[in-house]
Each structure stands twice: as structure tokens, then as C-alpha cells.
Design a protein around this ligand. Structure first.
Ligand code: ATP
Length: 727
């Protein structure tokens, strides 16, 4: 039977075609199963680098490029381009097998030959060599082939390597980028090569007849080399099982994340089973949400026959993020029956539902933080206690609720790690009285805060004799959850294989909730994986944004510290721009000009995001844009509808992404926001934590940008910008 593979470049180009042309492409390939190659009218080229690369007519102007060996029935869709470009591409390229991963690689032989000559010349000017410390043996073991060794040996610096990204075979580039970023050959083996080998099915690796670094070699022993090699090219080539699947893929070409998981993502998401809670971490845009979605799909497929709907919970921090997950799940799992096995809801809403059902009536919730602080202020006055409202609120959330302390004795003995002010027994007794007064007021008014609701929901589940509502729980944006929310999550599912799957990035913690997962009965040691390739942001934006965090130490939610080492982006673009103005009017005028330039360059308004620290500034920006004839919306609760440039607080930007992002008002006093940071004299440790939270917010906002980032301020710039180059 014919096997069809789709290269991800093919899908990307297909996505940009006009509808009628897309239709023609579909018609060309939809009967692929019935056709042997001859039936597809594949045309040979004159003097090609690789005779197996052929082209196929789509219409008068467009051609497809296909890899189709004479023997066997497999073919691979490589490109779809205007006629002349397709022919030129097909003539220059050759398909080979990577000697380490045994996956397919495509190389532009002509450009590589030219680059080798150019690099030799440049290298002659000095003796700097990028890979001086890596021996040939290691390079070869990692799949760098003999043809490329001279080029690699002459590279002088990373910029040099980056410039060759487009023409180097992709896996060999990944290996070199890893080594250039300071990874050891062993690390690179594990993260680039081994993941790919692991994924290859054992039967595929037996079938293949590989000439390392060389051609896919047809031989009687391996009649279908190409399908075996395609199977070993996870993340770049998707194998299509039939015409329906082909049509389904071509229906939504923009959502490549549904089918081209990187091997490192695939390995985590589709591991048959974890013995207990498992976790995936990674910098912004590394695909943690994508992995969480695929894990939910995997778990749904593994459910025993007869498992009830909503056996799996997919959850996250806020309602908006849950709505995004729901939308993505619809794309990933078109089958409504399978999708029904997964419930998507944010933690607080779920807690509310559980408690409401138990009580038989909705709860009155106090959600306004200002209101909560005002109550603490009243209680501090009434009890004559010498602590500020903010301190009391933090003590309640970060010690009392975090450790689920229910008696004065428990509070007296409690460890207060993470809080900066030491408290003797007398002070603790005073604070406990204030806590009692605060909770009593709530009880009398029959009111709840969300964290109390979570604690109550966990208690209800724990007292229900071990009855757990879910078989599996998958959690996204885990870094923001409070211990009371974790206790609920723990109580939702019985401890055991595949109970909890956790995705998060501690560098993006923006709600000040710190946890130790092991202390909450969620041991992830030995089941924690890190993703390193950023799929969203250019290397330039990523490097600039990461530099904001220079010198910061961030905990990893498991009593260790987190690191951003080795993160890199799959693509490049312009450096971020910065702009300081004299006053607000001038800053807004500059911002409006920038947005106009973006829209004139063809960026759709909804692909432009503007992040601000507080909503009022967002409203002023909307007004300025609208006065200049550019519609804009300020994102609120729920999702934004309609067209227009998206403006949102940095908090609201979490989970979103845009082609172009402007972060505005990044000035002293606003970023960090003065009244969001505990005074140093109130609590020095909390002061540093709050500053880190504000810095993470800026980091989150900047890393929402896919192609362009602009950061602006007026007056004195934010002190955070001292860590990065500004114009
Ligand atoms: N394998 C993939 N192929 C193509 N696109 C991908 C892949 N993995 C992730 N992406 C895309 O990269 C972007 C970032 O992915 P995702 O939101 O899952 O990352 P994240 O790690 O959860 O990010 P953040 O922590 O910043 O919210 C999305 O547009 C996603 O579709």
C-alpha cells in the first residue's frame, strides 16, 4: 500500500495558497492510495542532484515537489511553489539519511558547496573556530556527515552558524546549535538524537538499509526505505494513513502543532504511561500547552471501553486560559465522542462547582482584592495590631491557607519559610486573632474567597471515602497555582500511574504563589522533562527577553532552582526595538506610528498585541489608536470578539501570542508597579518576591511576540530595562 508523508514545509506553503489553488492541491493528492507513482504523473528533471526528487503539476502556475524513489510505493510531499521556484528548488536539493537519527534530511547541495568555499575564505583570516573543543568523532557520532565536516570545522562564531540555518540539513543544524549554545555532546545526543531514535518504531529501524550520511539506498532487502526513514523523521514529516486524514490535515494547515510534534514533545506527550505525577517545564513558547493538549488526547485514547465522559480533567489557572484550551482541544480532537472524555475548566470554577453542589446553593464570593485588603485594614484597626493590611493578607494566603493551618497551635509551630519577618509567639498569637476575626466576618456574611473554596472542595473530596471524580488530571500554567489549589487537584484523582500531568514555567510565575510539589504529595522527581526549543518567538526576541532575567534565581516548584540555559528559538528575525519619550503624549504618538507601520506592512490588526501594566493606560492607547483610524479592543474577562488591535494588561497577555507586540508604559514607578510591591521595611523577602513577580510579568509580555517586539516608556525607564540593550 502507498505511504504518503507530508513535510512540514509543504504544509506551511500550502497554508499560504489561495483557496482555489489549495483545492487543486487536494485534488492532486487525494487519490494517492490508488496511484502508484506513475499514476501521479510525477515529472523527472534534467540533471537533478537527486533523481528521486520530481515535480508534479498543480495548475498552470504552481508545482508540487515530491520525493519518490522508483522502488516502493512511498512518496513525500516536500514543497508547493510557483512553477519556476519549484523547478529551481528541486534541481538543487538532495535527500539523504542522517547517520545518527536515520531520519530524512534535505540539503541544498548547491548552496552548501558555495557556503563551504566562502567559510574557508573567512576562516583563513583568523584562527577562531566555533567547534574547536568538539572532536570529529563526536561530531560524526551526532550525525554530522563527511560532506559537511569541512564547513563545520571552519565556522568561526554563532552568527556564522545562524546564517547557514536555512541551508544546513535540519537535524545537523540542531546538533550544531546545541553544541554552540554550550551543551555537551552527551546532552546533544540525549536531546536531539536519542529522542528521535526512541520515537522510531523498532520495525522501521530494522527495515532500513542506510548508507550513513548518504542516499536512501534502495535494495532488495529494504524495498521501502523511504517509508521507514519517514517514520524516523518525527517532528518534520507526518505520515498520512489515508485520504481522510490527508484532507483533515489540509483543512487546517495553520495548526502545525497538531501533527508535527518535535521528538522531545512527542516523547513526553505520548509516553505510554508514567508511574506517578509527571511534569514538563520549559521557557515561553516551547510548546508546554501543546504537550498538555496532546497528553490529554493520549490519555483519552487509552481509556478503557466504557469509561464515562469527562473522565479526564484538563485544567489551568484562569477562565480565559481554560477557554483557550477548549478551543485548541476542538482543533486537536475533531471527534466529539473522544473529546467528550475530557473536561476543560479552570481550577477555581471547578472548586466552586464542587462546593456549590455539596451545599445546594451558589456561594457568595469575594473576589475583589482591594475589598479584601480593606477588610484586613479594618481588622488591623479594630484589633490594634501593629501589622499592615498587606502583610496580614499575605500571611493569611502564604502561610495559613498555603499550609492549611486550622488552629492557633498549628500556626504557632508553622514554618514560615519564604516570609521575611521573623515572628515570635506573641506576634503569632496577635496575627491569629486577626485571622480569626477576618474569617469570622466571612462566615457571618456567608462569603468565601476562592482559596477558601478550593480548600473546602479538597476537604469534601478527602472526606468522601476516597471517591475521586477523575481518572487523570492534566494541568497547564502550573506555576501560578496556590497550594490550596494543588491540594484540590491532588484530591481529584487517586494517586497512581498517570494521575497528574503538569505543565508550567516557573519564570512566568506572575501571581506570587510558590509551592513545593513534593510537600503536597505530588512527587515528580525522575518524571520531569524540559523542553528547550521555542516555537513562537524569534531568537532575537527570546535572547533579549531572557536577558531581562539575568541574575535572578527562581525556584523550580520542587525545592530546587530553575534555569533558562540552552533555550533557543527555531527561527530568526529583527532585534527588539526600544523607545523612550519625553512624556506620555509623545510615547502614545510613537506607539501609534509603530502600529500604523505594522498594519501598512500587512499585519492584520488582531495579530498586533499591546501590553500594559494597568488597564487605564490601555484605554488611553485605544483612544489614541481609534483617533488615528485604527480600531482596537481592550481585552477584558472572556475572549475578545471582532477585529481590532488587541490591548491587554500584562496579566491578560498570558497564554496569548501575536505577530507583533508593543509593551508600553515600561517606566519607573509603573514597571514594577509601585503599589504591587511590598515595601522593603514591611517584609524584605516579600519585597524581592514581588519585584521578581513584576519582572516575570514583563518577561511574559515580551515573549508573546512572534516576529516583532517594541518596548516603550516615557520619562525615566523601568529599572528592569537596565539589564537589556536599549536604543
Ligand atoms: N511542534 C510544534 N510545531 C509547530 N508549532 C508549535 C509546536 N509546538 C508549539 N508550537 C507553537 O508554538 C507556540 C507556543 O506553544 P505553546 O503555547 O504550547 O507554548 P508554551 O510553552 O505553553 O508557551 P508559554 O509558556 O509562553 O505560554 C504556539 O503557537 C504553538 O502552536
Amino acid at each position: 500500500m502507498a505511504t504518503l508523508g507530508i513535510h512540514k514545509d509543504f504544509l506551511m506553503e500550502f497554508a499560504r495558497l489561495e483557496k482555489p489553488v489549495q483545492k487543486r492541491v487536494q485534488e492532486t493528492f487525494d487519490k494517492f492510495e490508488e496511484h502508484r507513482h506513475a499514476g501521479l504523473h510525477l515529472e523527472k528533471l534534467e540533471n537533478p542532484r537527486d533523481p528521486r526528487i520530481r515535480t508534479i503539476r498543480i495548475n498552470k502556475f504552481m508545482r508540487g515537489v515530491v520525493l519518490a524513489p522508483e522502488s516502493g510505493d512511498s512518496f513525500l510531499l516536500l514543497k508547493v511553489m510557483p512553477h519556476d521556484d519549484a523547478i529551481a528548488w528541486a534541481l538543487k536539493h538532495r535527500a539523504t539519511v542522517n547517520s545518527a537519527t536515520q531520519g530524512i534530511e534535505l540539503r541544498n547541495d548547491v548552496a552548501l558547496e558555495r557556503a563551504t568555499a566562502g567559510v574557508r575564505q573567512l576562516a583563513a583570516e583568523g584562527d577562531r573556530r566555533l567547534f574547536k573543543k568538539v572532536g570529529d568523532k563526536d561530531l560524526v557520532r551526532l550525525g554530522i556527515d563527511a560532506d559537511l565536516l569541512p564547513l563545520v570545522r571552519h565556522l568561526t562564531d554563532e552568527a556564522h552558524l545562524d546564517a547557514l540555518q536555512k541551508i544546513l540539513p535540519e537535524q545537523q543544524y540542531d546538533v550544531l546549535a546545541g553544541l554552540a549554545a554550550g551543551m555537551t555532546p552527551e546532552d546533544v545526543w540525549r536531546e536531539v538524537v536519542a529522542v528521535q531514535l526512541e520515537h522510531a518504531s523498532p520495525s522501521a529501524s530494522q527495515e532500513v538499509n542506510v548508507v550513513p550520511g548518504g542516499d536512501l539506498s534502495p535494495s532488495p532487502a529494504a524495498p521501502d526505505d523511504l517509508s521507514a526513514a519517514m517514520a524516523r523523521s518525527q517532528g518534520r514529516i507526518a505520515l498520512v494513513t489515508g485520504p481522510d486524514e490527508l484532507m483533515e490535515i489540509l483543512e487546517r494547515p495553520f495548526d502545525a502543532w497538531r501533527i508535527f510534534l518535535h521528538p522531545s514533545q512527542q516523547r513526553v506527550a505520548y509516553r505510554p504511561s508514567y508511574k506517578g505525577p509527571a511534569r514538563v517545564v520549559g521557557g515561553p513558547g516551547t510548546g508546554k500547552t501543546v504537550v498538555a493538549l496532546h497528553r490529554a488526547l493520549h490519555l483519552a485514547r487509552q481509556l478503557p471501553a466504557g469509561a464515562t465522559d469527562e473522565s479526564i480533567l484538563l485544567t489551568t489557572y484562569t477562565r480565559d486560559l481554560a477557554a483557550d484550551l477548549r478551543r485548541s482541544l476542538e482543533l486537536l480532537i475533531p471527534d466529539p465522542a473522544l473529546r467528550a472524555k475530557i473536561r476543560v475548566v479552570n481550577v477555581d470554577a471547578l472548586a466552586h462547582q464542587l462546593v456549590r453542589e455539596d451545599r445546594g446553593a451558589p456561594l457568595a464570593l469575594v473576589t475583589d482584592h482591594k475589598e479584601i485588603i480593606a477588610r484586613w485594614a479594618r481588622i488591623a484597626r479594630r484589633t490594634g495590631i501593629d501589622f499592615t493590611d498587606v502583610f496580614l493578607d499575605q500571611e493569611w494566603r502564604q502561610v495559613v491557607l498555603a499550609q492549611d493551618l486550622r488552629t492557633p497551635e498549628a500556626y504557632l509551630k508553622a514554618s514560615r519559610t519564604g516570609r521575611g519577618t521573623a515572628l515570635g509567639p506573641l506576634k503569632r498569637a496577635q496575627i491569629w486573632r486577626a485571622v480569626e476575626a477576618f474569617t469570622k466576618e466571612l462566615v457571618l456574611a456567608q462569603e468565601w474567597t476562592f482559596l477558601q473554596v478550593c480548600a473546602e472542595a479538597a476537604r469534601l473530596l478527602d472526606t468522601k471515602g476516597g471517591e475521586r471524580p477523575y481518572r487523570h488530571v492534566v494541568i497547564d500554567e502550573a506555576q501560578d497555582l496556590h497550594p490550596a489549589q494543588w491540594r484540590l487537584l491532588r484530591a481529584l484523582v487517586a494517586p497512581g500511574p498517570d494521575d497528574l500531568f503538569i505543565a508550567g514555567d516557573p519564570y512566568q510565575r506572575i501571581y506570587g504563589n510558590k509551592v513545593s510539589l513534593r510537600s503536597l504529595g505530588i512527587p515528580v522527581t525522575g518524571r520531569s522533562t524540559r523542553l528547550r526549543i521555542n516555537y513562537r518567538t524569534t531568537q532575537e526576541i527570546l535572547a533579549w527577553s531572557t536577558a531581562l532575567l539575568t541574575g535572578e534565581t527562581v525556584d523550580d516548584m520542587d525545592e530546587g532552582t530553575e534555569s533558562l540555559n540552552g533555550y533557543r528559538s527555531a527561527f530568526h528575525g529583527a532585534a527588539p526595538r526600544t523607545s523612550g519619550a519625553e512624556d506620555k503624549l509623545a510615547e502614545l504618538a510613537g506607539l501609534v506610528d509603530q502600529v500604523r507601520d505594522w498594519t501598512r506592512a500587512g499585519i492584520a490588526p488582531q495579530e498586533i498585541g499591546i501590553a500594559v501594566r494597568y488597564t487605564q493606560l490601555g484605554k488611553e492607547i485605544r483612544q489614541a489608536l481609534e483617533q488615528s483610524g485604527m480600531p482596537a479592543v481592550v481585552l477584558g474577562g472572556g475572549s475578545a470578539a471582532g477585529d481590532g488591535i488587541r490591548i491587554g494588561t500584562m496579566h491578560r497577555m498570558k497564554g496569548l501570542e501575536f505577530r507583533c507586540v508593543a509593551v508600553a508604559g515600561v517606566k519607573d514607578g509603573t514597571v514594577p508597579l509601585r503599589n504591587a510591591v511590598t515595601a522593603e521595611e514591611t517584609d524584605a523577602q516579600q519585597h524581592s518576591e514581588d519585584l521578581l513577580g513584576e519582572l516575570s510579568l514583563l518577561f511574559v509580555a515580551c515573549t508573546r511576540a512572534r516576529e516583532a517586539l517594541r518596548v516603550s516608556w516615557h520619562g525615566k525607564p523601568s529599572p528592569f530595562l537596565a539589564a537589556v540593550p536599549t536604543e
